[in-house]
Design a protein around this ligand. Structure first.
Ligand code: IMP
Ligand code: MG
Length: 178
């Protein structure tokens, strides 16, 4: 097993600052805080850092979480996305930004966008730290993408292999056979 650094901790932090500025610019200020909706578990560090970058820009945020699981491999063609933990509060009339670690096939986010859209938010956007354009099966609109990356398995900064490596401060390509 070998970890090959793909995106350094410094580059991640610089990108987060930039993404927070874009989010701040695109959502008009109102008396209702932005809802940052983190998709567990991979988005934890990203959600945490982006929420604090928004605070530094003078934006108040509410943090909410959902957990979903998607099956790959044999069930690829069915593309089942199961909600393991739903929101516990209403998003009606609110500005919501889904915070996700990575946009891969697109199944998870396309399902979530459709589901959450029916709950009548004032606005609904998606912010993914990473995207693998070559892995896309379902087309999904994504307002903010941190880094497009090659179609390789990556770990770190929230992303796991069998629950490990989520606590790396950087993103690495995971070479299992080396
Ligand atoms: P999608 O529905 O195929 O876009 O799947 C997105 C989910 O698959 C992400 O939230 C991750 O949990 C997982 N995933 C996709 N690619 C990777 C990767 O390279 N490393 C770790 N997890 C990944
Ligand atoms: Mg995930």
């Amino acid at each position: 097993m070998r970890l090959e650094t793909l995106i350094s901790a410094e580059d991640i932090q610089a990108k987060i600052q930039h993404l927070a500025e874009q989010i701040d610019a695109s959502i008009p200020r109102s008396d209702q805080p932005i809802i940052l909706l983190g998709i567990l578990k991979g988005s934890v560090h990203f959600l945490s850092d982006i929420s604090r970058a928004l605070w530094a820009l003078g934006r108040d945020c509410h943090l909410e979480f959902m957990q979903v699981s998607s099956w790959h491999g044999e069930t690829t063609s069915s593309g089942v996305v199961q909600i393991k933990k739903d929101l516990d509060s209403s998003i009606e009339g609110r500005d919501v930004v889904i915070i996700e670690d990575i946009l891969d096939t697109g199944r998870t986010l396309s399902h979530l966008r459709e589901l959450l859209g029916t709950r009548r938010p004032n606005s609904l956007q998606i912010c993914a730290l990473l995207s693998k354009p070559d892995a896309r099966i379902v087309n999904v609109e994504c307002e903010y993408i941190g880094f497009p990356i090659p179609n390789e398995f990556v770990v770190g900064y929230g992303l796991d292999f069998d629950e490990r490596y989520r606590n790396l401060q950087y993103i690495a390509v995971f070479h299992q056979d080396d």
